[in-house]
Design a protein around this ligand. Structure first.
Ligand SMILES: Nc1ncnc2c1ncn2[C@@H]1O[C@H](COP(=O)(O)OP(=O)(O)OP(=O)(O)O)[C@@H](O)[C@H]1O
Length: 615
């Protein structure tokens, strides 16, 4: 094992410190259910020893009665002679407890299932809420994605830890009740049991921790395997996998990754098998030694037949119970280690947040934005994406950004929307640093449609409504936004219009063309009705006429608003009040279309190149 991974293995006990926080989480998710479960489980926990004790009383009573010198002939005679009094009561109690135990068992599983659901809902909501708070930069970090992956895994399906913790607490109460009974007879019996079990327990914990450590260490590989599985068999990639014949390539890569994983897993499991077989045999030997003692003591008259049944019964149950408790304790420790992932994820704090005393975003924006020597470098990147970037974006102005791939256009937009903070320089809005403003306010003031906008597997109407989700029920507004972006014609052709499910993910979904999707996405900008509108090339798939229309509309509708548009098509770009030519993360030239064409430089070159292509 590489030394760097040692701490994970070493944490196998420390992970138990997470349990109180976990219990608090369950409590928060469903306090009523938790209380009810605890109460029922405590009652259920002491039932076995009570029943066994009554069983002992029954046997001792039967032995006493059968030893009587004169014994009535029939059961009715026994009854009339008044000899069956206590026996009847014992039997009735035993029956009552058996019925209660069944009922309690069912109730406990019912409550447990409900608690599972509540916990999964509450955890998922917390993960989603927290993920929404974190920085975009976090999501671009592979290590963070591993963490998110592990945290999300905890919230899928049920949470075994919940059942384990609750079951364990119940079993512990049962163990204490049985041990109490044994101690009455001979305290050494309990001690012997423990000594037999502790090595097995330590072994179990050791191997669980090893397996967990391996899984943890291999998270990146596991994510890659998940990814390959996904690409190899998903609706999104099926087309390309087929035309490029990628199946074998993907499968072989998946198998290669899995084999390594499998080999290590097999090695640990093999060692676990050997050791645990040995340790369990040791435990079994010592149980039977104790059993021998009990039988001996009964033969010599130190114990009654009732005592024998109670003790051997207790003993058998305790053996099973303790083994169960100890293994579930150690696997619980492994599960609790997973909680570390969750808590680590929750403890991640965003760097981009509102300041303590935030300014409201001015309405209307009076001066606009000023970039002052802004520099930004992506995490782990060597190159600056933008540097020494200085320009102004005046209030009410429409600015177009032009530049070759990788020039920094999208980065500039992300900085403007405060998805990242500059590493150098600053961005001002009406003379104040962007970081001084309330973040929610700032985001609300902006409508940004990115190149890689999301295609929501929801209705066409919802795909527009996401632009201003608070107005999702305002059909008029959605329809008007659709008209402005040209999405109304797309929707007009859908069988269920605005209620039509779009995308291929769900049943009855109708897929759209790239350009049709873009029209839906652009409608989000109009839905938003923001002070600052930004279209980061969401028009690439539109045909020339549609893009022209979109930008003409955009120009009209953004009258009086501050707008930024990015496009590689000069027919659209020329509509802007001013054009910024970016190259290598800085402003190379700026001016109107005519001004830029009048001077030699990149803009004119690119324009000529495009124009030549159309001649
Ligand atoms: N998330 C990221 N992590 C690391 N580097 C990035 C990231 N996004 C962009 N970059 C790098 O930053 C530089 C600027 O990228 P940006 O996306 O801003 O360019 P662009 O002008 O919008 O390009 P395009 O016309 O292709 O959209 C590029 O060199 C790119 O490789």
């Amino acid at each position: 094992m590489p030394p760097a991974q040692q701490p994970r293995y070493g944490q196998r006990w420390a992970a138990l410190k997470n349990l109180p926080a976990f219990l608090a989480m369950i409590w928060r998710a469903s306090p009523g259910l938790m209380l009810a479960t605890i109460a029922l489980r405590i009652i259920r926990a002491v039932l076995p020893v009570t029943m066994l004790w009554i069983g002992k009383l029954i046997i001792d009573e039967v032995v006493r009665l059968t030893a009587l010198e004169t014994r009535p002939e029939t059961l009715a005679d026994w009854w009339q002679a008044g000899l069956t009094g206590p026996l009847g009561w014992y039997l009735a109690a035993e029956l009552g407890l058996a019925l209660a135990s069944d009922l309690l068992g069912r109730l406990v599983s019912y409550l447990n299932a409900l608690m599972q659901e509540r916990l999964v809902i509450s955890l998922s909501v917390r993960v989603m809420d927290h993920a929404a708070e974190l920085d975009l930069e976090d999501f671009e970090d592979a290590e963070f994605q591993d963490k998110l992956d592990r945290a999300r895994r905890l919230t899928i399906g049920n949470v075994p830890l919940l059942t384990q913790v609750m079951g364990l607490m119940q079993d512990l109460v049962t163990v204490v009740s049985f041990a109490g009974g044994l101690i009455l007879f001979n305290p050494w019996l309990v001690l012997l049991l423990l000594i037999a079990l502790i090595p097995a327990f330590l072994g179990e914990t050791h191997f669980n921790a090893l397996l967990y450590e391996m899984n943890y260490r291999r998270t990146p590989e596991r994510r890659e395997r998940d990814y390959l599985r996904q690409v190899g068999a998903s609706a999104e990639s099926a087309k390309e996998v087929k035309v490029f014949g990628l199946n074998t390539f993907l499968r072989d890569r998946f198998v290669a990754l899995s084999q390594d994983f499998y080999a290590e897993n097999r090695m640990i499991l093999g060692r676990q098998l050997l050791w645990m077989a040995l340790l369990t045999a040791l435990a079994t030997l010592s149980y039977y030694g104790t059993y021998l003692w009990i039988i001996g003591a009964t033969l010599t008259g130190a114990l009654s037949i009732g005592d024998l049944t109670f003790l051997s019964g207790s003993f058998l149950r305790l053996r099973g119970l303790l083994e169960g408790v100890l293994t579930s304790f150690s696997s619980m420790a492994a599960q609790a280690l997973r909680l570390d992932d969750l808590f680590e994820f929750f403890s991640e704090r965003p760097e981009i947040a509102s300041p303590a005393d935030p300014l409201p975003v001015p309405v209307p924006i009076r001066q606009g934005f000023v970039f002052e020597n802004v520099g930004f470098r992506y995490q782990n990147a060597e190159r600056w994406a933008v540097r020494n970037l200085s320009f102004t974006l005046a209030a009410g102005e429409t600015l177009a950004l032009v530049g070759e791939n990788g020039a920094g256009k999208t980065t500039l937009v992300k900085l403007l929307a405060r998805l990242y903070d500059p590493d150098e320089g600053r961005i001002l809005l009406d003379g104040r640093d962007l970081r001084d403003y309330d973040l929610d306010d700032l985001r609300a003031a902006m409508g940004v449609i990115f190149q890689d906008f999301v295609r929501y597997a929801m209705s066409a109407g919802d795909n527009i409504a996401v632009g201003r989700i608070g107005a999702a029920s305002d059909r008029d507004r959605i329809e008007s936004a659709a008209r402005q972006s040209g999405a109304d014609q797309v929707i007009g052709r859908l069988p269920e219009r605005y209620d039509q499910m779009v995308g291929k993910r769900f049943a009855h979904g109708v897929d759209l063309s790239g350009g049709e999707w873009q029209k839906l996405a652009i409608a989000r900008a109009y839905m938003r009705d923001a002070q600052v509108l930004i279209l980061d090339e969401p028009t690439a798939a539109l045909d020339a006429r549609s893009e022209f229309e979109v930008f003409r509309q955009f120009k009209t509708l953004s009258a009086g608003r501050t707008a930024v548009l990015i496009s590689h098509r000069f027919s659209s770009v020329r509509m802007a009040d001013r054009i910024l030519v970016l190259a290598d993360g800085r402003v190379e030239a700026q001016g109107t279309h005519d001004e830029l064409l009048a001077q030699p430089g990149r803009y004119r070159d690119l324009f000529e190149l495009q124009a030549a292509g159309y001649r």
